[in-house]
Design a protein around this ligand. Structure first.
Ligand SMILES: *[C@@H]1O[C@H](CO)[C@@H](O)[C@H](O)[C@H]1NC(C)=O
Ligand SMILES: *[C@@H]1O[C@H](CO)[C@@H](O)[C@H](O)[C@H]1NC(C)=O
Ligand SMILES: *[C@@H]1O[C@H](CO)[C@@H](O)[C@H](O)[C@H]1NC(C)=O
Ligand SMILES: *[C@@H]1O[C@H](CO)[C@@H](O)[C@H](O)[C@H]1NC(C)=O
Ligand SMILES: *[C@@H]1O[C@H](CO)[C@@H](O)[C@H](O)[C@H]1NC(C)=O
Ligand SMILES: *[C@@H]1O[C@H](CO)[C@@H](O)[C@H](O)[C@H]1NC(C)=O
Ligand SMILES: *[C@@H]1O[C@H](CO)[C@@H](O)[C@H](O)[C@H]1NC(C)=O
Ligand SMILES: *[C@@H]1O[C@H](CO)[C@@H](O)[C@H](O)[C@H]1NC(C)=O
Ligand SMILES: *[C@@H]1O[C@H](CO)[C@@H](O)[C@H](O)[C@H]1NC(C)=O
Ligand SMILES: *[C@@H]1O[C@H](CO)[C@@H](O)[C@H](O)[C@H]1NC(C)=O
Ligand SMILES: *[C@@H]1O[C@H](CO)[C@@H](O)[C@H](O)[C@H]1NC(C)=O
Ligand SMILES: *[C@@H]1O[C@H](CO)[C@@H](O)[C@H](O)[C@H]1NC(C)=O
Length: 548
């Protein structure tokens, strides 16, 4: 499934990219390959990413958690949550008044629902008694918790359905907790923050309506669940230790904001392949709501760290572009454009960033390109190669490469090509519409065949080889398209034609000679004299012999 499937997917995506380029008017070319609904944008520049400093020595990897135990399941909240996070099941709130008969220290039976000064919390008895787990339901005011006795020695607390819109994290209720979950409520923002002594290791604010989290996090914090909210960015977490973040299902999360904060600390993400951020409402021309998986952000980071540096020549530049497939955000990918032009290279760079789809090596001294396209795994995603003004001598060595199967654009103008592999190019160009090859300025070996076959072939492929008229001959001062079959095909080395004339002439002369000799003989026999010129010829030794 994979290789072929990936290939065609890539192809689709790139086809689509062509349109985006045309639509956005930002690409290098103007062609339009047909398609719809796709977009192209350039992501934040590397300075933004690097400018914030790389706080720790951890390599700043965008790490992924392995806490998702069941690879079968789709996103499953519980399975992504570590042991030290406490949440109770939803139905505990429905059975609130029926359960825990031995723990009714609040007299809630008599106060009924919604009593503002009634403790609406209970110990979670399903669990191990040594775990001091508590849960609260349908909280409309903090007094419904603070009226509970001994809350200051609770360890883990889950507040379900807190209908207030603001939550004051500096409340004494929260200061002794190790795990705090406030879920399925209406909280839109947090105010203030935990005390400095806070031991909160797990904070779960999922399934609220948070759009503004300004808290400073506890030093102990290990796991922060902000999934299913309305956030556009994550809170600024400055600690250096590993924190796992669950930010799934924040439909307004902006990739730009994530990028800016993500590399400051050491983060792990729950399900980075299925956590999406918005590519980027910051570009006013880029209006739509397109998502990419945040795992792609790490690929962007690597575009900069893996961008080729050629010893003694200089740096290539690498830029991300995103290519979107309509409808399915998991197929939206970030691809890399690598520009190594004007560096005086004599060989291709040995390693390219992941997902390089475009390589520009214009204006170098490269003569061989096939090897890397055959053997180098980092070259396998390339579909656009800009290689004008080099010394490339042959296209034959690209035969059988992934590139030849999938490329969209190939620029080989002003190289040293001697011949064109017409059979190969015919296959390649027929296999996929919209592919283009530029070959102008190359000087091919020209012969009668060039005039007879190549010229017609080029004419036929004029759509795929737009500059076909610029291809020259190296052994005569002409363009291929100017070659005239009559002239080229009668050139001196085509001498065999003359041999027949020569032989025919000789045969005619021989016949004439024999005829003349026979005639002379007949005249001499009948009339007794020799006709001219035999009569005027000097006597030869054999004549003396005959006469005597
Ligand atoms: C995944 O699914 C397969 C078949 O559906 C099942 O046999 C396997 O136990 C599942 N794995 C887990 C970890 O649930
Ligand atoms: C919380 O509200 C739900 C829905 O109104 C209700 O079914 C449940 O009994 C309530 N629980 C408590 C403890 O009030
Ligand atoms: C539960 O409450 C009832 C009355 O509301 C009381 O009689 C009983 O002793 C309480 N149980 C516990 C364990 O506190
Ligand atoms: C109860 O907690 C102890 C210590 O935390 C643990 O060893 C034990 O396995 C737990 N028992 C259950 C049933 O969870
Ligand atoms: C949340 O609590 C409010 C007020 O107590 C209640 O009206 C509502 O039904 C509850 N919602 C859920 C989902 O339990
Ligand atoms: C915790 O609360 C219980 C009553 O529920 C109380 O007896 C105990 O002393 C408290 N522990 C501490 C450390 O405050
Ligand atoms: C809380 O949010 C739910 C939906 O998320 C809504 O139906 C409910 O009316 C809200 N309650 C309050 C008190 O804002
Ligand atoms: C977020 O909250 C802080 C303080 O509560 C406030 O100053 C800020 O303007 C809020 N930001 C947004 C976007 O609401
Ligand atoms: C999310 O926040 C924005 C801006 O604060 C607000 O306009 C929008 O209604 C919120 N979405 C929901 C579902 O509350
Ligand atoms: C973060 O986690 C990595 C491995 O996941 C570990 O090597 C590193 O020491 C951790 N850093 C801190 C500060 O805990
Ligand atoms: C994310 O997806 C990529 C391929 O798309 C895969 O290689 C990687 O293992 C996935 N990561 C996780 C954490 O699932
Ligand atoms: C941007 O979005 C607005 C409203 O959603 C729409 O009217 C406008 O046409 C969009 N502009 C572009 C360039 O897509």
């Amino acid at each position: 499934m994979s290789a072929k499937h990936n290939g065609s997917l890539l192809l689709l995506v790139l086809l689509v990219y062509g349109v985006a380029t045309a639509v956005s008017g930002r690409g290098q070319e103007e062609e339009n390959f047909g398609g719809h609904q796709e977009h192209l944008a350039v992501l934040p520049n590397p300075n933004v990413i690097h400018g914030n400093g790389n706080g720790n020595g951890n390599g700043n990897n965008l790490q992924t958690t392995t806490e998702t135990a069941n690879p079968n399941s789709t996103i499953n909240h519980m399975e992504s949550t570590p042991d030290f996070c406490f949440t109770m099941e939803e139905n505990m709130c429905l059975n609130f008044f029926n359960s825990n008969p031995n723990n009714n220290n609040t007299n809630h039976h008599h106060l009924g629902h919604g009593g503002v000064n009634a403790c609406m919390c209970r110990q979670y008895s399903n669990s191990n008694a040594t775990h001091n787990n508590w849960y609260c339901c349908n909280i409309t005011q903090l007094t419904m918790i603070s009226s509970c006795p001994n809350y200051s020695n609770w360890t883990n607390l889950h507040i379900y359905n807190m209908t207030m819109t603001e939550i004051d994290l500096s409340s004494p209720i929260f200061q002794t907790l190790q795990s705090l979950a406030i879920t399925h409520g209406n909280i839109t923002s947090t105010v203030k923050t935990f005390s400095r002594m806070s031991k909160v290791k797990c904070l779960n604010l999922s399934n609220n309506n948070l759009s503004n989290v300004t808290m400073k996090t506890s030093v102990m914090l290990k796991f922060l669940n902000l999934s299913n909210n309305n956030l556009t960015e994550i809170p600024k977490i400055t600690q250096n230790h590993n924190i796992t973040l669950d930010i799934r299902m924040n439909k307004r999360m902006l990739c730009n904001n994530l990028m800016a904060t993500i590399f400051r600390g050491s983060f792990k993400f729950v399900a980075p392949n299925s956590t999406y951020c918005l590519l980027d409402s910051a570009f006013n021309w880029f209006n739509s709501t397109d998502y990419i998986a945040i795992s792609q952000l790490d690929i962007i980071r690597r575009f900069y760290t893996d961008c080729p540096v050629i010893q003694g020549k200089g740096n290539c530049t690498c830029d991300p572009e995103h290519m979107l497939s309509a409808g399915d955000p998991s197929k939206n990918k970030i691809f890399c454009r690598v520009d190594c032009s004007n560096l005086g290279l004599t060989e291709l760079p040995p390693k390219l960033p992941e997902n390089t789809f475009q390589l520009n090596i214009t204006n170098n001294n490269i003569s061989v390109i096939g090897d890397h396209f055959h053997n180098n795994p980092t070259y396998q995603s390339i579909v656009k190669l800009f290689a004008d003004n080099n010394r490339i001598e042959s296209m034959h060595d690209l035969e059988g490469t992934q590139f030849m199967d999938h490329f969209q654009k190939l620029y080989l103008r002003n190289n040293h090509l001697k011949r064109l592999p017409e059979y190969l190019l015919t296959n390649v160009l027929d296999s996929n519409v919209g592919r283009v090859i530029f070959l102008g300025g190359n000087k091919l070996m020209c012969d009668c065949n060039s005039a007879k076959v190549l010229k017609l072939w080029l004419l036929k492929r004029s759509r795929d080889i737009p500059d076909y008229n610029e291809i020259m001959c190296r052994n005569m001062p002409q363009r291929i398209m100017e070659l005239q079959e009559l002239k080229v095909c009668q050139s001196p080395h085509d001498w065999t034609d003359y041999v027949y004339y020569l032989i025919a002439t000789e045969v005619i002369l021989l016949i004439a000679l024999i005829t003349k000799v026979s005639y002379d003989y007949w005249v001499f026999k009948t009339a007794g004299y020799l006709p001219w010129p035999a009569s005027k010829m000097p006597k030869l030794p054999c004549d003396w012999l005959c006469e005597s």
